[in-house]
Unconditional design. Structure first.
Length: 258
């Protein structure tokens, strides 16, 4: 009877953990970074349509594989299109901008990604999307300088999961940068943007173009006055093993109380 109960508990733990690890993320779910950077539902989306890309930094709060992360984004004018792939990458940190390209402009000395440590092109079927909500949102393209207030309303959450063989291993206390760029069909007439966050951590997000973005063009500040730092909306979440162990611990505690 005890063996059967343990097997049932393990099965229940996997049932509890799997939806968290493989699907959506909601406030209150586990995370493995300084804190979740939640989307500003009345803020800005910054163009991140391939070959333009964005990156923002995070601090690892628990060593382990980055097998699960989530971002928030929107479409220019709420006009959607097919996604060919979503390019994601993880970079090391250049905290003061003095380790960049030799001969780089001294005015370009700000925190930015340094070395690309990992990258993956997420094809359709290798990520999931769900509608997140509405708001009065603007559009900003740092390459062209376009700023459109009250451009769109919809926000979507994009969810990524990687097998351990494909995942990046992060170290507790280290600062990394997550880069995102969305590839649309060549004849697409719309663009995709990464949503800004209501939460700010460490340094400003950055933008670049012509992947791989070995030269990052500038820090990002919020339109229209460009005086406030701009961070991007994302969350790094625990690997499935961590979630299963947590679920098993909870079930064991429940059994002891009974």
């Amino acid at each position: 009877m005890r063996s059967l109960s343990l097997a049932m508990a393990i099965g229940a733990a996997f049932l509890i953990a799997s939806p968290i690890a493989l699907a959506d993320w909601d406030p209150g779910d586990p995370y493995k970074m300084h804190f979740p950077q939640m989307p500003d539902m009345n803020g800005w989306d910054v163009n991140s349509t391939y070959y333009e890309g964005l990156a923002d930094d995070w601090m690892c709060s628990e060593s382990g594989f980055v097998r699960d992360f989530h971002i928030w984004g929107s479409w220019l004018g709420d006009v959607q299109d097919e996604i060919n792939f979503i390019h994601s990458a993880i970079w090391s940190n250049d905290p003061v901008g003095d380790q960049g390209v030799p001969g780089e402009d001294p005015d370009n000395q700000w925190s930015k990604p340094l070395e690309r440590l990992w990258h993956y092109d997420n094809q359709p079927g290798e990520f999931t999307v769900r509608y997140w909500g509405d708001g009065d949102q603007g559009w900003y393209n740092p390459l062209t300088g376009d700023v459109f207030e009250s451009d769109h309303t919809g926000t979507w959450q994009y969810n990524f999961y990687f097998d351990e063989a494909e995942a990046f291993y992060q170290e507790q206390g280290e600062i990394y940068w997550l880069e995102i760029s969305v590839r649309l069909p060549f004849d697409s007439t719309t663009k995709w943007g990464w949503k800004n966050s209501v939460d700010h951590f460490e340094d400003d997000a950055v933008w670049g173009h012509d992947e791989p973005y070995t030269i990052w063009e500038a820090e990002l500040y919020e339109p229209p006055d460009f005086t406030q730092s701009l961070d991007l909306a994302f969350v790094i979440t625990p690997e499935p093993t961590t979630l299963v162990l947590a679920a098993l611990g909870g079930l064991a505690l429940l059994r002891r109380r009974r």
